[in-house]
Design a protein around this ligand. Structure first.
Ligand code: NAP
Length: 289
């Protein structure tokens, strides 16, 4: 049976429409529009495309944009001072430092300077800790997008066997924590996992965040599983994911395509986080309770 294709573009658009309506309602209540500050150091074309996309989507949602572009030779201290200023600026609800940064700038250390209440990428140690402890907070955008796709696809997560392939800070670990919080029984795989196919084929829900084109094949997928492909790779045959879509599509019950699956969700969830950050800052200064 052919799998249902989970339409990430449509689901992301629905999220963006909802954020736009929520922002309008927030402003109509007399609040300042949420503000998103992006910080891009250097002129990496791919990073510039990402930042442009984030600022454009923010503007469409009624979020004010603060687009900081710094020269490729900007020093670590100067970026640090900018982040401190943005932390202190009440017009800025969310701060995003676009990674990777040039070598003289320690992007990982700088990310840790971002006020946790403005951490719309959800990557600071405080945000990661809140997630692990099951406390409210700002969640990383791509993992939050994975959860929204599963929700809209009607995945029953409570008690389900969920397998996540990948354990990165950006995707694999937070996805696993979110699935656990949703009461799935979670197994996390990585490059040292023995017999990956055997472990994956236990999954009712399989999330691939591996960074290896088409690694997940039919032998990894149980009949009727829901498969979410986070991977994205530019190849001579166009964009492909971590899942061999053609091999899997007749086994899975539902599957995300690449492109048009997880990809569009990341920006949509960034907008969700920016409005959420504005609300958190108004409700209670300090770490999210
Ligand atoms: P990453 O930091 O490179 O992590 C990859 C993970 O996969 C690691 O934990 C690694 O294990 C594991 N792995 C690598 N080879 C493996 C193998 N043969 N078997 C089992 N596990 C293996 O990558 P990432 O940042 O999580 O990104 C993963 C993919 O998602 C990439 O294709 C990336 O481009 C894509 N991505 C997409 C979006 C989006 O918006 N759609 C956002 C972020 C990332 P070890 O820990 O043992 O090394």
């Amino acid at each position: 049976m052919a799998a249902e294709i989970i339409d990430g573009r449509a689901i992301a658009q629905a999220v963006r429409d909802e954020v736009r309506a929520d922002v309008a309602a927030w402003v109509a209540e007399g609040n300042r529009a949420p503000g998103l500050a992006t910080v891009l150091v250097g002129d990496d074309p791919a990073s510039a495309v990402y930042v442009n996309g984030k600022q454009k989507a923010s503007a469409e949602a009624g979020i004010e944009g603060f687009d900081h572009r710094l020269a490729h030779d900007t020093g670590h201290e100067e970026v640090s001072r900018l982040l401190q200023r943005l932390n202190d600026d009440p017009a800025v609800s969310g701060i995003l430092l676009q990674l990777p940064t040039p070598p003289q700038v320690d992007g990982s250390a700088l990310t840790e300077l971002i006020d946790p209440l403005k951490d719309v990428d959800g990557l600071t140690p405080i945000s990661a800790g809140l997630l692990t402890k099951g406390r409210p907070g700002l969640r990383p955008c791509t993992p939050a997008g994975v959860m929204e796709l599963l929700r809209v696809a009607g995945a029953e997560l409570k008690g389900a066997e969920a397998v996540v392939v990948g354990r990165s800070k950006l995707v694999g670990k937070p996805v696993a924590a979110l699935l656990l919080a949703a009461n799935a029984t979670v197994t996390q795989c990585h490059s040292k996992t023995r017999d990956l196919a055997a472990v994956c084929s236990r999954a009712d829900v399989l999330v691939a965040a591996v960074g290896v084109p088409k690694l997940v094949g039919a032998e990894h997928v149980r009949d009727g599983a829901i498969v979410i492909d986070v991977g994205i790779h530019r190849t001579d045959d166009g964009l492909v994911g971590d899942v061999d879509f053609d091999a899997v599509k007749d086994k899975a019950a539902a599957i995300t395509p690449v492109p048009g699956g997880v990809g569009p969700m990341t920006i949509a969830m960034l907008l969700v986080n920016t409005l959420k950050a504005a609300r958190l800052q108004q409700a209670a200064p300090g770490v999210p309770a």
